[in-house]
Design a protein around this ligand. Structure first.
Ligand SMILES: C[S@@+](CC[C@H](N)C(=O)[O-])C[C@H]1O[C@@H](n2cnc3c(N)ncnc32)[C@H](O)[C@@H]1O
Length: 339
């Protein structure tokens, strides 16, 4: 059963679902937005009929995405949060249906984002990979693999002590996974996996100043002279997102569901102490730190003590300057920035 309206019709005749009121949500089953919101709102239901329907919907919808031009149009009109929803569905597809289906789905949604020049962590990795004809990729902190499963290098390694990718054992042969903390990966395992050096690293593990900086420092000896490090969560937009402890952030009255930690301090440290690294932050996707081996145009002059003791209020006042923040909206902007 691949047609969504047929599916809705079929479920009209399931008495428990009819009475539950949920079918009202499916009235406009032809609308991709309805399908997505329905899925995201009901994904973890334990009701047998409902989880069956979700199973069918995910399968039907993912097939449709690959073929239906109207869904592509819908996709193009949405903002980056919609991309996030799609990526979440890729993860569910992997859990409910299969690794192969999710691999196809992820590569399709990446293509859509690349065509649309949406700038986020996954497309920035892909943009750099294609532009430089890079072969390899390391990701520190992968969670359920929403980024790791999208990116398309020839050889990739993921490091995360808490394995959460569904069907981990079915990762494609060119994508490795180590269920260990990043500190245990360096230097021996990294040397073994990347004898010719690292092309692209994406750092998104523990979101603290100490650990994120350690991750950068550990990667640098292996990073090729034309290689790049991308670091997530460099620009917290409000104070509750910026605390070094996730538990404390979550208790803050203004917490809105995002924890970036104090990774931003690593950018300040690198810009203050490394005169061999060019560092900036793209103002996209929670702040994407971009680090490469090149003389920097301008440096900061903070001491280690000043960075360690800095609070959010101080940082926020001149965040754009401290981060060397770059507003980018397309790959053309990236071309200009990285020329
Ligand atoms: C925000 S998630 C990563 C999301 C992923 N990069 C993506 O874009 O979909 C952070 C992950 O870092 C992992 N992590 C925490 N401490 C770590 C460490 N010391 N080394 C590697 N990964 C770590 C957590 O288990 C979690 O899965």
């Amino acid at each position: 059963m691949n047609d969504l309206s047929q599916l809705a019709e079929y479920y009209q005749h399931q008495p428990r679902l009819k009475d539950s009121g949920r079918l009202d949500q499916l009235k406009q089953i032809e609308e991709p937005s309805t399908v997505i919101h329905f899925l995201l709102g009901n994904l973890y239901s334990k009701e047998g009929d409902l989880s069956n329907m979700i199973h069918h919907l995910i399968k039907a919808w993912s097939g449709k995405l690959l073929k239906d031009a109207s869904i592509l149009e819908y996709f193009k009109s949405k903002n980056e949060y919609f991309v996030h929803d799609l990526v979440s569905i890729g993860n569910l597809l992997r859990g409910f249906i299969g690794a192969k289906e999710s691999d196809v789905f992820y590569s399709e949604i990446l293509k859509l984002q690349m065509n649309d020049q949406i700038v986020n962590r996954s497309t920035t990795v892909e943009y750099l990979r294609k532009k430089n004809n890079f072969k390899n990729y390391l990701e520190i902190g992968v969670f359920v693999g929403q980024n790791y499963l999208q990116v398309q290098p020839e050889f990739a390694v993921a490091v995360d002590p808490v394995p959460k990718i569904p069907k981990l054992e079915e990762l494609p042969g060119h994508k490795k996974y180590y269920p260990i903390p990043s500190d245990d990966y360096f230097p021996e395992l990294c040397k073994k996996d990347f004898p010719d050096g690292l092309d692209i690293v994406f750092i998104d593990g523990l979101h603290t100043y100490d650990q994120s900086l350690k991750d950068v420092i550990n990667c640098l000896p292996f990073l090729n002279s034309d290689g790049w490090i991308i670091m997530h969560d460099c620009y917290p937009k409000y104070e509750a997102a910026s605390w070094p402890s996730m538990e404390k952030s979550m208790q803050h009255p203004t917490f809105k569901g995002v924890w970036n930690g104090d990774v931003y301090k690593s950018i300040l440290w690198l810009r203050s102490f490394r005169n061999d690294l060019e560092v900036c932050v793209l103002n996209k996707d929670h702040g994407l730190g971009i680090i490469r081996k090149k003389k920097p145009g301008m440096m900061l002059s903070f001491s280690e003590k000043e960075i360690k003791e800095m609070n959010y209020e101080f940082f926020e006042k001149k965040a754009h300057h401290y981060l060397n923040l770059k507003n980018v909206n397309s790959f053309t902007d990236l071309d200009e920035l990285f020329s």
